[in-house]
Design a protein. Structure first.
Length: 189
């Protein structure tokens, strides 16, 4: 019952957030197709605006919206995927892209996420300081959210980097990732 309520709340928040953003946004729009358990797994066409604001992780305040048991499960599932090869569009242990990894890990922990990094960023509540198991987002493609990883604590994340590489744990504070950091998101309780 709690899982169903959480999924429905996340779905409803996502739909309302998208509708509100489309009505009030003059920014670019990224179309995506995703399946919803409340629509009989049929494709639903939605529009998600690209967030152009950037947040900093240098002055975080503590936030902890999901339980410690769920966080622990997310971290264990993420660590179990270390070394899996990157595969564009991949969402299984035979190969992952960045949002395929986060979707898979969260699903294995009993939670459902939208499929793309930009949709995950737009659908989930903003937090100031990520806790282990939360999602961290990056703009690697101009002003668009284009990458997501799972925060592991101590400014480290597990992510599926790019073609020819494997799922890895890295420092977010390195010269490549730090200036591209766009913010953190977490699921509500």
């Amino acid at each position: 019952m709690i899982k169903t309520t959480l999924i429905f709340s996340l779905f409803l928040f996502s739909v309302l957030n998208c509708a509100s953003s489309i009505l009030h946004s003059s920014g670019s729009v990224d179309d995506y197709v995703r399946s919803s358990p409340y629509m009989g797994h049929q494709s639903v066409r939605s529009s998600v605006p690209q967030n152009t604001e950037t947040e900093s992780y240098e002055d975080f305040e503590a936030d902890a919206p999901i339980t410690n048991d769920v966080r622990s499960s997310i971290m264990q599932e993420a660590k179990a995927q270390l070394g899996v090869p990157y595969k564009f569009g991949g969402n299984s242990p035979s190969g992952f892209d960045c949002s395929g990894l986060t979707s898979y890990v969260y699903k294995r922990s009993g939670l459902t996420l939208p499929r793309s990094a930009s949709a995950q960023f737009s659908a989930l509540p903003v937090i100031k300081k990520p806790q282990p198991g939360d999602l961290v987002f990056f703009k690697t493609d101009g002003n668009n959210i284009s990458h997501v990883g799972i925060y592991m604590g101590n400014l480290k994340m597990i992510h599926a980097p790019s073609s020819g590489k494997n799922v890895e744990m890295i420092e977010m504070n390195n010269p490549y990732w730090k200036p591209r950091y766009a913010g953190a998101r977490s699921l509500p309780n």
